[in-house]
Design a binder for this molecule. Structure first.
Ligand code: C2E
Ligand code: CA
Ligand code: CA
Ligand code: CA
Length: 278
C-alpha cells in the first residue's frame, strides 16, 4: 500500500550510505583543521647519473586511529566533496615552505625543483591563480623551482579557459608538467597548443619494458612524442635496472621510482641535499 511505498524512501541501507559520507566528509574537514596531513617527497633523478634534480610532493593522512593513509584512501572523497581545494592549497604551501627551508640550509637546494599535484577540481577553482601567486609571494620561493603537475584528461576538457589558466600560471614563473602522460588520447597537434614544459610518462609504459617479451615500443613512442614537442621527459615508476637502462637508451632524461627511492619524509631529502646519494 501507500504507507509501504513511502517507507521505502527511507531505505535504511541508503540512509546509512548518506550518513557515512557525511561523517567521512566531516572527518576530512576536521583533519584539515587539525593539520593531520603530512607531505612526503619522492626524488626525481637525472637518469644517466641518478643525481637528484627534484622531488614530487605526495600527501598522506596521519590518521589518529587508522595510521598513515595513502592518497588513494582519501583523495577521491576530497575530490567529490570539493575539500581538495583547501587540501591542495595546504599541500602547495607546505611544499613551498619546505623548499624555502631547504634553501636556507643547503646550497644544493637552489638547483632542485619541487613538483606539486593539481587536481582538475582545483584547476577549475576560480581563485587558483591568485592563491598560487599568494603562496609563492608569502613563502618567497623562486617560482622557477615549482612545477605544477596536471593530468592529460584536464587538457582534453576545454580549451580556451584551460589555455587561459595555464598561461596565467606560467606568467607567475612556475613550470607545468603533464602527469600520467600517454593514458589519455591527446594528439601531437593538440598538445602543441598548451604551454607545458614537462611530460611525465605514465608508469604503465615503463612497466611494459620488462613484462611479456620486453616490449619498449610504447615507452619509445611516448618519449619520442615528448622530444618532438621539445619537452623534458620524466619516466614514472622505474622499479628495475632494466627499465632504467632502456629508458636511457630511448633518450628519456629524468626518472622517478622505487629503484631510486620511495616517497619519504622531508628529512630524507635533507640527507641527500646534505651530500648523501639518492
Ligand atoms: P601520481 O601523481 O601519479 O604520483 C605517483 C605515485 O606513484 C605515488 O603514489 C608514488 O608513491 C607512486 N610510485 C612512485 N614510484 C613508484 C614505483 O616505482 N612503483 C610503484 N608501484 N609506484 C610508484 P601515491 O603517493 O600513493 O599517490 C597516488 C596518487 O595520489 C598520485 O599519483 C596523485 O594522483 C594523487 N596525489 C598524491 N598527492 C596529491 C596531492 O597533494 N594533490 C592531489 N591532487 N593529488 C595527489
Ligand atoms: Ca604526480
Ligand atoms: Ca603520475
Ligand atoms: Ca614490471
Amino acid at each position: 500500500g501507500d504507507g509501504r511505498d513511502r517507507y521505502a524512501l527511507f531505505d535504511p541501507a541508503m540512509y546509512a550510505d548518506i550518513l557515512r559520507e557525511a561523517e567521512e566528509r566531516a572527518e576530512l574537514e576536521r583533519a584539515l583543521a587539525l593539520e593531520e596531513f603530512v607531505v612526503h617527497y619522492q626524488p626525481i633523478v637525472d637518469l644517466p647519473t641518478s643525481r637528484l634534480i627534484g622531488v614530487e610532493a605526495l600527501v598522506r593522512w596521519e590518521h589518529p586511529v587508522r595510521g598513515m593513509l595513502g592518497p588513494g584512501a582519501f583523495i577521491p572523497l576530497a575530490e567529490s566533496t570539493g575539500l581538495i581545494v583547501p587540501l591542495g592549497r595546504w599541500v602547495l604551501r607546505q611544499a613551498c615552505e619546505q623548499l624555502a627551508a631547504w634553501r636556507t640550509e643547503f646550497d644544493t637546494a637552489s638547483g632542485i625543483r619541487v613538483n606539486v599535484n593539481l587536481s582538475a577540481r582545483q584547476f577549475q577553482h576560480e581563485g587558483l591563480v591568485e592563491e598560487v601567486a599568494g603562496i609563492l609571494r608569502e613563502t618567497g620561493v623562486d617560482p622557477h623551482q615549482i612545477v605544477l603537475e596536471i593530468t592529460e584528461s584536464l587538457l582534453m576538457q576545454d580549451t580556451e579557459s584551460t589555455i587561459d589558466t595555464l598561461g596565467r600560471l606560467k606568467a607567475l614563473g612556475v613550470r607545468l608538467a603533464i602527469d600520467d602522460f600517454g593514458t589519455g588520447y591527446s594528439s601531437l597537434s593538440y598538445l602543441k597548443r598548451f604551454p607545458v614544459d614537462i611530460l611525465k610518462i605514465d608508469r604503465s609504459f615503463v612497466d611494459d619494458i620488462d613484462t611479456v617479451d620486453g616490449d619498449a615500443t610504447l615507452a619509445e613512442a611516448v618519449v619520442q612524442l615528448g622530444r618532438a614537442l621539445q619537452l623534458q621527459t620524466v619516466a614514472e615508476g622505474i622499479e628495475t635496472a632494466e627499465q632504467w637502462s632502456t629508458l636511457q637508451d630511448l633518450g628519456c632524461e629524468y626518472g622517478q621510482g622505487y629503484l631510486f627511492a620511495k616517497p619519504g619524509a622531508a628529512s630524507e631529502i635533507s640527507s641527500i641535499l646534505g651530500g648523501a646519494r639518492v
